[in-house]
Design a protein around this ligand. Structure first.
Ligand SMILES: Cc1cc2nc3c(=O)[nH]c(=O)nc-3n(C[C@H](O)[C@H](O)[C@H](O)COP(=O)(O)OP(=O)(O)OC[C@H]3O[C@@H](n4cnc5c(N)ncnc54)[C@H](O)[C@@H]3O)c2cc1C
Length: 384
């Protein structure tokens, strides 16, 4: 079925995204993968091409295009071509850090950060998770203590994407001096620059998405100017909860796109491959599997597209976003698994896109809230 989501402007933007992808990413991606790092050049090239910070108003250097379909086009193009590390790196910067600054940042904060984020001059991370606090962010122990006009931030974060390549992180820190499990009002958000006391730890060796760097970060009394507090003191967890829909929607978009491309690659592969004197696609099992997969791909696209329109209309609440993230990421996981099986041994070999996709999508049911947390959120609302 044809998707009815995109209009002419989105398709024109898709051509720009495709051209960028084939010029700036495809030739270098294998090197980035083996070096486990995306160079700054990709960011500045993306900035020059006008691909970063699409939703940022023009007064802060952006394109002033909050229509999420443009952002989705970019995400889809990277995901479809298995450049999911690039999709993830941009996702952290554009879908997670940026919306917090746009929604709650002071004019001074926006003037300082947004133009540099749009140009790719500053690469950002989101630093919520800690060794002892992932799903349950009330366990965050990193603290920020007032010191004259500034704040001093101390603590440790882990699993931080763009943690090594980045210049600054949006950090969730405890500001009420409490210990143990904090309350909703215990935490605040700060933009913390990589200055004295901000130390990156080891780069974590992931099973997939190798090119996107993921690291531990240590803050040792990092001095943060009061102007880098995002919004109000004590509102950090509330802000993070309010911005969940975009993060979850983005993961759903990438999940849906990768599922479609893996399906297409598997049709092509099974048409080409022969066994017992027949094409693999001519076995009834293969056709049944592909029939299921195509149906799931289309259902997922329809659901994600509907969520995108709801988001554009300001109507995608975090519960609905949890459902769409749960559905799409679980489908991406099971579809890549089924499609890998249809490749036989070649599906296990990393030069085949299905093997790379299999490793990459494994993150999608974990990152941005695990499937169990999504089910918990949805289940609680049903039981209420
Ligand atoms: C590659 C990668 C990149 C990441 N990037 C970032 C990043 O850039 N910034 C950032 O802040 N974080 C990042 N994360 C962290 C990620 O968001 C967390 O790993 C995730 O939220 C889960 O937290 P956890 O790992 O502490 O698992 P835990 O919270 O310890 O969960 C362990 C298990 O218990 C289950 N569980 C927990 N609570 C419940 C419950 N109430 N009911 C049922 N089951 C439950 C979970 O679903 C999971 O199966 C990244 C993680 C990875 C792996």
């Amino acid at each position: 079925m044809e998707r009815a989501l995109f209009e002419e402007d989105h398709e024109l933007f898709r051509e720009v995204a495709q051209e960028f992808n084939s010029r700036e990413i495809a030739p270098h991606y294998p090197t980035w993968d083996s070096e486990r790092m995306i160079p700054r050049q990709m960011w500045t090239a993306a900035g020059e091409q006008g691909l970063l910070g699409l939703a940022v108003p023009e007064e802060f250097g952006g394109a002033g295009m909050p229509d999420y379909r443009f952002r989705a086009v970019l995400d889809e193009e990277f995901a479809k071509s298995n450049h999911l590390s690039a999709a993830l790196a941009l996702h952290l910067h554009d879908d997670l850090v940026l919306p917090h600054l746009l929604a709650y940042g002071s004019t001074e904060l926006k003037q300082h950060w947004l133009p540099a984020m749009v140009s790719g001059e500053k690469i950002t991370s989101i630093a919520m998770t800690e060794p002892g606090a992932g799903s349950d962010l009330r366990g965050v122990r990193t603290k920020a203590v007032r010191d004259g006009e500034d704040w001093l931030v101390s603590g440790q974060k882990t699993f931080i994407g763009n943690g090594i390549s980045g210049d600054a992180a949006l950090v969730l820190a405890r500001t009420d001096g409490s210990s143990g499990r904090g309350s909703t009002d215990s935490f605040s958000l700060f933009m913390v620059e990589k200055l004295e006391g901000y130390n990156t730890g080891r780069q974590l060796d992931k099973m997939g998405l190798k090119a996107s760097d993921t690291a531990e970060i240590f803050f040792d009394s990092v001095r943060v100017p009061a102007a880098n507090l995002v919004g109000e003191v004590g509102q950090g967890l509330r802000y993070a909860a309010e911005q969940l829909p975009q993060g979850r929607l983005a993961i759903a978009v990438a999940s849906s796109a990768v599922a479609r491309s893996v399906y297409q690659a598997t049709v092509a592969y099974t048409k080409d491959r022969n066994a017992f004197g027949e094409r693999v696609i001519d076995f009834q099992n293969t056709r049944f599997e592909l029939a299921d997969v195509l149906t799931e791909v289309e259902v997922t696209e329809a659901y994600v597209d509907k969520a995108m329109l709801a988001f554009n209309a300001g109507q995608l609440d975090s519960n609905s976003a949890a459902r769409v993230k749960l559905w799409a990421s679980e489908r991406a996981k099971s579809i890549t698994d089924r499609c890998l099986q249809l490749h036989g041994g070649y599906g296990y070999i990393l030069e085949y896109p299905v093997a790379q996709a299999f490793l990459a999508v494994r993150l999608l049911t974990i990152f941005g809230g695990t499937s169990e947390i999504m089910r918990d959120v949805v289940g609680r609302s049903i039981a209420r």
